[in-house]
Design a protein around this ligand. Structure first.
Ligand SMILES: Cc1cc2nc3c(=O)[nH]c(=O)nc-3n(C[C@H](O)[C@H](O)[C@H](O)COP(=O)(O)O)c2cc1C
Length: 212
């Protein structure tokens, strides 16, 4: 057992057994997510845990309806085929016993006020906000969630694919929190049996630059 095995054991899981997850496990996994770091410790996240199969089905239908709508407007048949292959991955939560949606609340980048006070152009402002710490906080929480789920023997899959149906999903969930939007979601469940693998990674030399 290597000390980083907890990282290498995580894989995106897209098929699940029809087994319920005890509330204690869900709570512990969400708690682990909230122990992620966040800028200024703002904790601008909110987790919606959907255990209701009917609501999960409705979420699938919302994404599928949106897929249909978008597909109808694609003029090119080849592009349509590619779209269909691609959107299969946006409903992989369909047979999970639990789906967790992470909402992102507002968090302005530190120093934004000072930058604005300097007569900056809109272009400069957009560029300044590229590192988007509000979303980075959500990413940190989601990764903690994925690792915690794996450590407890569950499978999960970070998903932003259904984002084009965000407004419709938000309407269904009806979260009463000002300024929060649906940033990502993940199914959670016991992985279906079978070979679980991740796609290969780029070699280190390609993704790493060392300055000595
Ligand atoms: C921001 C983000 C969005 C993703 N969205 C989806 C998605 O919508 N559907 C899906 O099946 N997988 C999604 N994934 C999972 C990736 O496809 C997966 O992480 C990648 O292929 C590497 O595989 P691994 O997670 O098994 O290591 C997403 C991952 C991330 C980080």
């Amino acid at each position: 057992m290597g000390e980083l095995d907890f990282i290498y054991k995580r894989h995106s899981i897209r098929r699940f057994k029809d087994i319920e997850i005890p509330d204690e496990d869900i709570n512990e996994i969400i708690k682990a997510a909230t122990y992620a770091p966040s800028g200024n410790n703002i904790q601008n996240w909110h987790f919606v845990v959907v255990k209701n199969k009917k609501i999960i089905k409705e979420m699938v239908k919302i994404v599928e309806d949106k897929n249909k709508e978008l597909s109808e407007n694609i003029p090119d048949e080849d592009m349509k085929q590619r779209f269909r292959r691609y959107v299969k991955y946006h409903t992989v939560f369909r047979n999970a016993p639990v789906v967790i949606l992470i909402f992102c609340g507002p968090y302005d980048i530190t120093g934004l006020d000072f930058i604005k006070a300097n007569n900056t152009t809109m272009e400069e402002l957009i560029d300044f906000q590229k590192p988007d710490p509000a979303i980075q906080n959500i990413g940190a929480a989601m990764e903690n969630l994925q690792l915690a789920a794996t450590a407890k023997g569950y499978g999960a899959c970070w998903m932003t694919g259904p984002s084009y149906a965000r407004k419709e999903l938000e309407k269904l969930i009806n979260l009463d929190k000002e300024g929060y939007f649906l940033a990502a979601m993940t199914p959670l469940g016991v992985p279906e049996d079978g070979d679980i693998k991740s796609p290969p990674r780029k070699p280190l030399e390609e993704v790493m630059t060392v300055i000595e």
